[in-house]
Structures are given as structure tokens and as C-alpha cells.
Design a protein around this ligand. Structure first.
Ligand code: MV4
Length: 498
């Protein structure tokens, strides 16, 4: 047990503020680090102390682990919270923090390293009876051998880089004729991107849902799961909308996936908050993909439905305290949605649109939460992730959460830059989203820039349209489902719902 009195947050933007808010509530002093581009940032103003650690580029500031550890020593910092991105999944940094006698608020360097290698992760969980996509369990180098394996699995297959993850280093191969060239490309890409050319093969699941389970482990060997987050609405591996719970999981499946997620965490002696990613196919088969060893962007939806503060839990765990609840004590309450608001122009191929936030007025009211790091008049720096806010809504059920989200989108006032708000509105009103009948191909299937052209109608009309869609679906589920199946390019999720 080691009391934490001062935390340095090795991050910026909304997540730095998010972490500092909880630290402050717990009576813990906060230290911000910032780059020259972030002198006026909110996280700098919020912190008790703030230190500039270098130039605007991440590599000159937020990624300078050595400089950040020096700041900790000077200011007598007890613990570092890495947030997400930057140094959060860097095993070498976690080790250096530990060696400096500072607490790393996160899992052990060993767990980070293990889960950083997709093949090592698969090997580690192999004894725990976790379903995995059919494929190779080892790095494959021999093209002829690989070809035979691929033919046995059956095309299309997916070649993945062991050092990849989050969609990086993947190649779909449709047929044996192009296998050899695709494999050579995959190996050389992996070598140049990760310095590790190890690749493996999996059966390609065509239209999966991406569902992940939040876990928490303490230093006493207790591990629980905090249910799932549905993250299927993505664009080029960048999540756009997340929700909890998922519209397709049954209580039984939730329990089974939760148990698997806890076992994945056990397999690497996981300590702290982590996320176990699964693919779920049309028949509701689920497959373990990878584990993310950080607090995720979308953690607020889990907080809303469980009533837990995940950062608070992370800090208590880092102090050596045992979890104050067991699995049986946890339950899902209500429904939460998160829309990521990016400074990108959805009408122009989502090109980053940086500049000044001329107007910036957040929506308010019951069931609305905005996690952001900007204020009106600020410039969005070009150096970092273009996400400017996470708009989170919470209601007693999915319908209420959607209604609140549409209301909040209309209430949000942002001028000076283009944002993904209109895009979010389109998705939230779409029949496939409203009915829950969607997968990771949603945007590919249904989005073209033209759909945003009939400019935003009145807010009330917007909500009415979505609610009408919901009502129709309730009254005529069979018809809606059949018509969905009659169209070749829509998926079959609804028919599996119970
Ligand atoms: C897959 C897959 C289909 N089949 N693996 C993308 C992120 C990385 N964590 C794994 N990913 C995928 N792995 C097999 N065997 C499809 C994806 C995938 C995907 C997964 C989740 C969310 C969005 C996605 C978009 C494209 C591909």
C-alpha cells in the first residue's frame, strides 16, 4: 500500500483534464506537462503545477519519457498517469518509471509487452479456452507453407502483423493467385513499420461487429469485467460512435464474453484498467482479437452504465488497494452513447480541418456529458489527434440515449472549423443504427458525402424522424427485418436479436 499524493499526467487534451479532475476529487495534487503548442491549453491551467517539456511535435515533448521522468523527480511526483496514446502502451517507459521509483498507473511492463505482440498474446491465452479466429498460432515465414495453410482455412484470409494492432499491418487476401505477392507486401510493410516482419494468418470475418469488454484487475489477484462497449461504427479504424451496452448481446453471451475477458486478463496477471477486444460474427460467435493495456477513449460509456469512475479505480489499484466490489455487485444501469467530435470535414473526405474555434458552446442538460479540452477562441493545433470532444449521452434505455444525442448535437455550436457533428447526426438517424442492425461496414455501406447535403432540418424534426423509425421498427419487426435481408448489401444482425 502506497499513498499517492501527487500525480503527473503524461498527456494532453481532454484525457489529461479527465484524469486531473478525478485526482483533484481524491485530494491528489496534479502536475501537467505540455508542449510549446499547448501553452494555453486547459490541462495546463487546471493542474496545480505545469512544466513545458519541449517542442510542438509529440516526439519532442509528450513522447519524451526521459524528460517526463526528470520532471517527476524534481517535483516529487508519486505516480504517472499516461492517459491513452503517447507513452501509455510503451513497456520500456513503464519499466523506466518503475526503475525511477515512481508508480506507473497501469499494468506491468511485462503485461504491456506481452499484449503488444498479437502472437504472444494468442499464445498466452491458449490454455484458457478462449475462442479465437481460425488461423496460425505462430509467425509464418515460408510462403509455400503459408499458402497451404491459407487454402486449408479457406479464402478470403487476413494476413496480420504480430507487432500491429488497431488495424495497422493487416491485408485481406481474396484468392490463392494473389497470396504470394500479398504476403511479401505484408512482411515488408511490417518490417518497415514495426521493425518486426512477423506475420500470421487468420480466416477473414467479413462483416463483424467490434465489441470490447472493460476489465479491472487489482494487485491482490481480483479481476472483474465491467460489461461491453459496442464500437462497430468506425471509419478506417478510427472509432466514431461507441455505446454500452451493445444492442445485440444477450445476458448469456455477455456473461460468457465477460468470463473470457477476465481469463485473458488472468493470462497476463493484469493489473489496472484494460480492454479485451472481440469480433462478433453474424451468428453471434465471438473471437478474441487483442487486449488494449490502457484506459480507452470510450471509457465514459462504461462509467455511465456502471456508475464507476474508472480513473478513480485505476488510482486506487495503483495504491495497492483491493477492488471494493465483486463481479456479483456490478450491474448495467441504462444506456450510454459516445460520439467523437473530430475537427475533420465529413463533406470533404474527413480531411483534418484545423483552425480557430470561433464559436464553441457545449450542449448541456440531463444525461449529457462533454469531455473536451478546448474553449471558444482557442486554436486546434495541427500536431496532434484531431478529436476535439467526446459527446456522451445517457438515458434509461437506448431510445432515450439516442434522443438525447440528437438533441445535444443540435445544441452544440461550433464555428470556425468543420466537425464530424453532422456526420454523427446522419448515423444516429439511420435506420440501421436505430434498429441496431449494423456492423463494422456501416460507413462503407451507407455513407457518401452527398448524404449530408440536404442541410440539417430543424432539431425537432430530426428527433421526430428518428423516433418514428424506432416506433415503426417496434410495430413491425418482421417486415423491417425481411426488407433488410432482401437488400443484398445490408447485414443480417437483426434476425439474431432476441
Ligand atoms: C479482423 C477482421 C476480420 N477477420 N480479423 C481491425 C482492428 C484490429 N484490432 C483487428 N481488426 C480486424 N480484424 C479477422 N480475422 C476485421 C477487422 C476489422 C475491424 C475490426 C474491428 C473494427 C473495425 C474493423 C474494420 C476493419 C477490419
Amino acid at each position: 500500500m502506497r499513498k499517492i499524493n501527487k500525480i503527473l499526467v503524461a498527456n494532453r487534451g481532454e484525457i489529461a483534464l479527465r484524469v486531473m479532475r478525478t485526482a483533484k476529487e481524491m485530494g491528489i495534487k496534479t502536475v501537467a506537462v505540455y508542449s510549446e503548442a499547448d501553452r494555453n491549453a486547459l490541462h495546463v491551467r487546471f493542474a496545480d503545477e505545469a512544466v513545458c517539456v519541449g517542442g510542438p511535435k509529440s516526439s519532442e515533448s509528450y513522447l519524451r519519457g526521459d524528460v517526463i521522468i526528470d520532471v517527476c523527480k524534481k517535483l516529487q511526483v508519486d505516480a504517472i498517469h499516461p492517459g491513452y496514446g503517447f507513452l501509455s502502451e510503451n513497456a520500456g517507459f513503464a519499466k523506466a518509471v518503475e526503475n525511477a521509483g515512481i508508480i506507473f498507473i497501469g499494468p506491468s511492463p511485462e503485461a504491456i509487452e506481452l499484449m503488444g505482440s498479437k502472437l504472444a498474446a494468442k499464445a498466452a491465452v491458449a490454455n484458457y479456452n478462449i475462442p479465437m479466429v481460425p488461423g496460425t498460432e505462430y509467425a509464418i515465414t515460408d510462403v509455400e507453407e503459408a499458402k497451404i495453410i491459407a487454402q486449408n482455412i479457406g479464402f478470403p484470409i487476413l494476413i496480420k502483423a504480430s507487432a500491429g494492432g488497431g488495424g495497422k499491418g493487416m491485408r485481406v487476401v481474396e484468392s490463392v493467385e494473389v497470396f504470394e505477392e500479398q504476403m511479401q507486401l505484408a512482411v515488408s510493410e511490417a518490417t518497415s513499420a514495426f521493425g518486426d516482419g512477423s506475420v500470421f494468418i487468420e480466416k477473414y470475418i467479413g462483416s463483424p461487429r467490434h465489441i470490447e469488454i472493460q476489465v479491472l484487475g487489482d494487485t491482490h489477484g481480483n479481476i472483474v469485467h465491467l460489461f461491453e462497449r459496442e464500437c462497430s461504427i468506425q471509419r478506417r479504424h478510427q472509432k466514431v460512435i461507441e455505446e454500452a451496452p451493445s444492442a445485440v448481446l444477450t445476458p448469456g453471451l455477455r456473461e460468457e464474453m465477460g468470463r473470457c475477458a477476465v481469463n485473458v486478463a488472468k493470462a497476463c496477471d493484469y493489473v489496472g484498467a484494460g480492454t479485451v477486444e472481440f469480433l462478433v460474427d453474424e451468428n453471434l460467435n465471438f473471437y478474441f482479437l487483442e487486449m488494449n493495456t490502457r484506459l480507452q477513449v470510450e471509457h465514459p460509456v462504461t462509467e455511465q452504465i456502471t456508475g464507476l469512475d474508472l480513473v478513480r479505480e485505476q488510482i486506487l489499484i495503483a495504491e495497492g488497494k483491493a477492488l471494493s466490489f465483486r463481479q456479483e455487485d456490478l450491474q448495467i444501469n441504462g444506456h450510454a452513447l459516445e460520439l467523437r467530435v473530430y475537427a475533420e470535414d465529413p463533406a470533404n473526405n474527413f480531411l483534418p480541418d484545423i483552425g480557430k474555434l470561433e464559436t464553441y458552446k457545449r450542449p448541456q442538460g440531463l444525461g449529457v456529458r462533454v469531455d473536451d479540452g478546448f474553449e471558444q477562441g482557442m486554436d486546434i493545433p495541427i500536431y496532434y489527434d484531431p478529436m476535439i470532444a467526446k459527446l456522451v449521452t445517457f438515458g434509461k434505455d437506448r431510445e432515450e440515449a439516442i434522443g438525447k444525442m440528437l438533441r445535444a448535437i443540435d445544441e452544440y455550436q461550433i464555428t470556425g472549423i468543420a466537425t464530424t457533428l453532422p456526420f454523427g447526426k446522419y448515423v444516429l438517424q439511420h435506420e440501421a443504427f436505430v434498429s441496431g442492425n449494423f456492423d463494422t461496414k456501416f460507413i462503407e455501406r451507407y455513407f457518401t458525402p452527398e448524404v449530408l447535403q440536404p442541410q440539417a432540418t430543424e432539431g425537432e424534426e430530426t428527433i421526430a424522424v428518428a423516433l418514428a423509425a424506432l416506433l415503426m421498427q417496434k410495430q413491425k419487426p418482421a417486415v423491417a427485418s425481411e426488407s433488410a435481408q432482401a437488400t443484398s448489401n445490408v447485414s443480417n444482425w437483426r434476425k439474431n436479436r432476441t
